[in-house]
Design a protein. Structure first.
Length: 82
């Protein structure tokens, strides 16, 4: 599969410009909504742009030790197997 690198760069640049505009507008709307709700004495519904995201769940945790020299021969210690 072949890609035109310049076209891919242009698509990424365009997407970043559009995302930047949409994010900025959405964030400003969320802030204004929160300020209005607080000034009216009403509890505003949480807006995802103003709320800290939840901590990711850790599925596996532990140490790996390389047993071989070139193959995928990792051995897990202190990690529950799937």
């Amino acid at each position: 599969m072949s890609f035109d690198q310049e076209r891919v760069k242009q698509i990424i640049a365009d997407a970043m410009v559009e995302f930047g505009k949409a994010y900025t507008i959405g964030y400003l709307k969320a802030v204004v909504h929160k300020i209005r709700a607080e000034s009216d004495g009403v509890e505003a519904a949480p807006v995802f742009l103003l709320v800290k995201p939840p901590e990711p769940e850790i599925f596996k945790q532990g140490w790996l030790v390389k047993k071989g020299s070139w193959k995928c021969t990792w051995q897990a210690f202190n990690v529950e197997r799937c």
